[in-house]
Design a protein around this ligand. Structure first.
Ligand SMILES: Nc1ncnc2c1ncn2[C@@H]1O[C@H](COP(=O)(O)OP(=O)(O)OP(=O)(O)O)[C@@H](O)[C@H]1O
Ligand SMILES: [Mg+2]
Length: 287
């Protein structure tokens, strides 16, 4: 990640990857009824880095779960690559999940504690149809994936995920994504568990991954300053609705909705460049 705001591209003419019309989620009934996501429309394109920004309780995780197909919408429709998404059977769901992967808030919950790291990575290669590859080819792929996130595969063989630090675990999650190469990566506040140095490293890796594979990244955050820095497009979410969306620089430098203005006023230094010169971007350690 350089210490300058990246150039933000206009993706409106790129092919559609994931889109939705009137997507709604209601929890409970009567006076316990909560409209967590309220008739949202969205269009995420191939290769686009999208941030969904909103305060706690605005509906971000609820929407993510619907995008992932982990929870059904009460109303509305989701489209994958321009066609209505069909996850009506187990087989169709598994097929969909080859195209979309997630990184969750807590990396410790993302791994099976009893699986060694080699098995975690081998599973990814097998999921991508690499069962028939030679041992050496698989070894090379795992080494390359670890190298991408500055981990040393040789040092990880025979270890369990819980033997890693929080930051290493986050990087291992990104190594998995590197091997799985999904069309869409959904990252729900993946940086909240780690310190600011590791945070910069992880975001840098996500940007590199997008540049290298052309995947769509949907990044969920409270932090509008960060969204400005890292995304092409932002969607601002308040009480289950998108109150504003568009190119990150347009929305954040010229906000129209009162809610966006308030989020921005909470960020002390949005126009200043991030100073990452004190961080080693390969490892996330302070210099
Ligand atoms: N399973 C559930 N049952 C009932 N209400 C729920 C459920 N899940 C979420 N909600 C409600 O839906 C609303 C949105 O919650 P959600 O977790 O999507 O917010 P969020 O934007 O992800 O917040 P945070 O930033 O704190 O993670 C909240 O009012 C929450 O209480
Ligand atoms: Mg959440």
């Amino acid at each position: 990640m350089s210490d300058q705001v990246r150039e933000q591209k206009d993706f409106t003419k790129a092919p559609l990857c994931l889109s939705g019309r009137g997507v709604t989620k209601v929890f409970g009934f009567g006076n316990k009824r909560t409209v967590a996501v309220d008739h949202v429309d969205f269009e995420f394109h191939e290769g686009e880095f999208v941030s969904i920004v909103g305060e706690s309780g605005s509906g971000k995780t609820t929407l993510s779960k619907m995008l992932l197909g982990l929870s059904g919408a009460t109303e509305g429709q989701i489209f994958f690559q321009g066609r209505p998404r069909d996850i009506s059977s187990g087989r169709k769901k598994r097929e969909y999940w080859k195209g979309i992967q997630a990184i969750f808030q807590d990396p410790f919950s993302s791994f099976n504690t009893f699986q060694k790291i080699d098995t975690v990575l081998l599973d990814c290669i097998h999921m991508r149809g690499g069962k028939g590859l030679s041992k050496q080819q698989k070894f090379d792929m795992m080494t390359e994936a670890c190298h991408f996130v500055n981990l040393e595969f040789k040092e990880l063989t025979n270890k369990y995920p819980f033997e890693l630090s929080g930051g290493q675990m986050q990087r291992l999650m990104i190594a998995r994504i590197f091997l799985l190469k999904p069309k869409i990566l959904l990252a729900d506040e993946p940086t909240s568990m780690v310190d600011a140095c590791s945070r910069a490293t992880i975001l840098d890796m996500l940007l590199n991954l997008r540049d290298e594979t052309g995947m769509t990244v949907i990044f969920i955050t409270h932090d509008i300053g960060l969204a400005y820095y890292i995304s092409d497009t932002v969607y601002i979410m308040e009480h289950g609705k998108f109150v504003e969306y568009g190119r990150a620089d347009e929305v954040i430098l010229n906000p129209k909705a009162a809610y966006t203005k308030r989020l921005i006023s909470d960020v002390p230094k949005i126009h200043e460049e991030w100073d990452l010169s004190t961080v080693d971007l390969r490892t996330g350690e302070a210099l």
